[in-house]
Design a protein around this ligand. Sequence first.
Ligand code: SPD
Length: 429
Amino acid sequence: MDNTLGRHILVEFFGCSSEILNDVISIEEQMVNAAKEAQATVINSTFHHFSPYGVSGVVVIQESHLAIHTWPEYRYAAVDLFTCGTEVDPWIAYDYLKKALEATYGSAMEMKRGAIDLLERVDTKALEIIRKDREDQHTEPRYKRDVWFTDKDENIALSIRHTGNRLYRKKSEYQTVEVLETHAYGKMLTIDNIVMTTEKDEFIYHEMISHVALLSNPKIKKVLVIGGGDGGTIREVLRHEHLEQVTMVEIDENVIEAAKLHLPTISTAFDHPKLQLLIYDGIKYLANCPAETFDLIIVDGSDPLGPAEGLFSASFYQNAYRCLTNDGVLALQSEGPHFNREAFIDLNYCLKNIFGQDQVHCYLAYIPTYPTGMWSFHYASKGSVHPTKDLEESVADAFVTKHDLQYYNSGVHRAAFALPNFVAKMLSK
Ligand code: SPD
């Protein structure tokens, strides 16, 4: 170290815990801890998760940086530990990370950086004055965390910055449910690294998945909600006081627990006397449900992966059709025209086959925390009810005023069915 400016250790960790390597919050925490163990001064950290797998990030320290990229599918992490000066020992960070990542094997190569003999020192007096001025102005805490959650397919991503503190995490036999604290959208519920809902924009999705169907068919009395464990959909549905019964079937009780603990403004309706709550597989429930039981079925599921995959199948929608009363309506989230494009088109095609060409209507809403923002829903009518022709605007708007709705109104209801040409073309094939 006598004759160089810094030490750079290039590290490979093998046989690590895949779960830790895929957890952006743990990786950020462990990298910061490793820096601190090595007596470095942390300036800031920036970390991203890449779904489905992998984390990248850097901890900037006053003495240079620690960087990582992980491949959970190979239980492998590539790490750079670069420190300047004599006070920080990068090998302490190496030892700490080897344990923290549960690596079975680590290999490392140390390089000396900036050989003094090869460098020419210039007069630094002017630079010192500038640096002192900047230090005097510095009032903010020095360590800034920049931790990002990313919802992504192979081509498109949406990233949301959060505090790095995880409020909830549970893994069930179906999925991993988490609640994170975002800076812009309040608390956010995720399932298997997909955004489900956030406190600040949830109203768009929940108002649109519920009121479009309920306000175009006042005869609806019995409602079934499949999924929707955060409670936002039943909160909106149960605003309609004339309903006789609302049944909700959620496969994973952890979603309900997470919402009750951390999303109090969304999970307000779980104690409603008209609610019958079942923790059960919605696909099996519909398969065994007697014909013509519900006037409205709402499918509030996740993307077509994991337990939600069956919510995108023909047999599921055949059962939904069978379980609807003669003038019954099906309302569902149907992905984004730009995101999960195939699922969006296939679902439209599948519903038209089951309900009939003219019985299926796609409508759109703009949800900032879903990738691409443009999100779709479908309204499929078993009988003669039409989503816009049967809308009583004055009734809808009185309802909006009474409940102080934040997105839905009769104008938005009608406009949501006006599809941009490229979307209409996608669905006409
Ligand atoms: N890409 C995310 C689609 C999620 C739809 N369901 C959200 C659940 C909100 N109640």
